[in-house]
Design a protein around this ligand. Structure first.
Ligand SMILES: Cc1ncc(COP(=O)(O)O)c(C=O)c1O
Length: 436
């Protein structure tokens, strides 16, 4: 039996000191089985070792931020080279311009960029800029996409909305993905009130029937800005973002996560006519746009430049698709062999796979999700998703397929005999819930 003794000690201490026991809800104890590594000691490539010395192949590393691999040498070397020269000065560092050139060189139609540390700051800045430019107060977001920001304009749309005034909630409206009528209806109900529409370019399905272009055209018609949140799709769908893949140029877009292989860099990019409102070279009303003490920390920007270089020189996006396809093909095969295709599904674009778990009545089930994860962990795979990195080798993928095979043996028995006989500890819970 795998030991988690040191993890348990740290979990108890963690919950005494930190609300939630850690700093990201998605990494919390209510998101993983009881029988899972509580704390990670180190990582290398796509492998991690927990504080008890257990080794795992990891998926979705760092909430999908680590696309190249943990401790990726080219990125680590770039950071090490920058660090001795200082990280923050009383005037900008030259690397701010270098990193702006590197990123804008990839994103067609984006003229300017503002860097920050986290994705939420970037998406919230996009909303603010849109409000300032249009003079409209409402923001419309896609309700099929699970997360845009930690800030009130988004969290106010979830059940986890304590502390958010109704007046703020009233300013956010929602529409459905691939449902142009729902977008049209919004504009009809709120003529001249909507500042921007924000969505991910895609989640589990591609845009249908020119959906993105349709939304863009409605935005233009109604004087709203069209914002694409590329926090997840950026550097995965295409080196130029999913916007390049789908042939669309948004007014503003946001990047983060994969941008610096896990170092803290996010970016708001967009057309000059909007972005320059945050600058000091125009005579319009000024917009306070992303100005933070740590926003341009030099070694993180060095990490971003190095990451972009690796992406450019190594066909990283192609590799993510290849390895994801290998995993999906193998997983689909073993799922079918176990006769479980109605109960376990691997879905999404190959570079960004997730899985769905269903109970005997074929309803989505957190208990079965927890059991599946528990059995993967038992077999050396830490997989809240199946999101691959550039470091996942063929051997890692094949080991994972074997682990899925073994986990499905247990899954099939649990369908027959009851999940409670096999699941150790409580089921995971959705993050957006009002009470624990
Ligand atoms: C699509 C999307 N947008 C925005 C964010 C917010 O990014 P961060 O957690 O860096 O604030 C996330 C984070 O998961 C995300 O997935």
């Amino acid at each position: 039996m795998v030991e988690f003794g040191r993890s348990r000690e740290l979990q108890i201490r963690g919950h005494e000191l930190i609300p939630g026991g850690c700093h990201t809800y998605a990494k919390g104890d209510d998101q993983f089985p009881l029988m899972s590594p509580g704390f990670i000691a180190r990582g290398e490539g796509c492998h991690v070792w927990d504080v008890d010395g257990n080794e795992y192949i990891e998926y979705g590393m760092g909430c999908r931020a680590v696309t190249l691999g943990h401790g990726f040498p080219a990125v680590v070397e770039a950071v090490k080279a920058e660090l001795p020269h200082g990280t923050n000065f009383s005037r900008p560092a030259k690397i701010e311009v270098e990193c702006a050139e590197a990123l804008l060189g990839l994103i067609d139609g984006a003229d300017m960029v503002k860097f920050s540390k986290d994705g939420s700051s970037a998406t919230s800045a996009a909303v603010k800029l849109a409000r300032a430019h249009t003079g409209h107060d409402l923001v419309a977001l896609c309700s099929d996409h699970p997360f845009f920001a930690v800030h009130d304009w988004f969290i106010g749309t979830t059940a986890f909305d304590a502390g958010i005034p109704q007046a703020i909630k009233d300013l956010t409206r929602t529409f459905r993905y691939n449902d142009l009528d729902s977008v049209r209806a919004l504009f009809e109900h709120h003529p001249g009130e909507i500042a921007c529409l924000i969505m991910e370019p895609a989640k589990y399905e591609d845009p249908q029937d020119g959906f993105l272009h349709g939304v863009q055209s409605l935005c233009r018609q109604h004087g709203a800005l069209f914002v694409l949140d590329e926090m997840i799709t950026g550097f995965r769908w295409h080196l130029g973002g999913a916007q390049k893949e789908y042939g669309i140029v948004p007014d503003l877009s946001t990047f983060g996560k994969a941008l610096a292989n896990g170092f803290s860099v996010s970016a708001l990019v967009g057309k000059r006519e909007f972005m320059e409102l945050g600058g000091i070279e125009h005579d319009k009303e000024r917009v306070f746009l992303l100005s933070t003490t740590h926003g341009a920390e030099t070694h993180s920007l060095a990490a971003a430049i190095a990451t972009i270089k690796v992406y450019r020189e190594n066909n990283v996006v192609e590799r993510l698709h290849q390895q994801g396809t290998r995993l999906k093909t193998g997983a689909d095969e073993v799922i079918a062999r176990h006769g479980l295709s109605d109960y376990v599904q691997v879905i999404g674009r190959p570079c960004c796979l997730v899985y769905g778990t269903r109970d005997k009545a074929e309803q989505p089930s957190q208990e079965f999700r927890t059991l599946f994860m528990q059995e993967l962990i038992r077999r050396g795979v830490l997989g809240p998703s199946f999101v691959v990195s550039y470091s996942h080798s063929d051997a890692d993928i094949d080991h994972t397929i074997a682990a899925i095979d073994g986990a499905l043996d247990v899954y099939a028995r649990a369908l027959d005999e009851g999940v409670g006989r096999f699941l150790i500890g409580p089921a995971t819970k959705g993050v957006y819930r009002r009470f624990n």
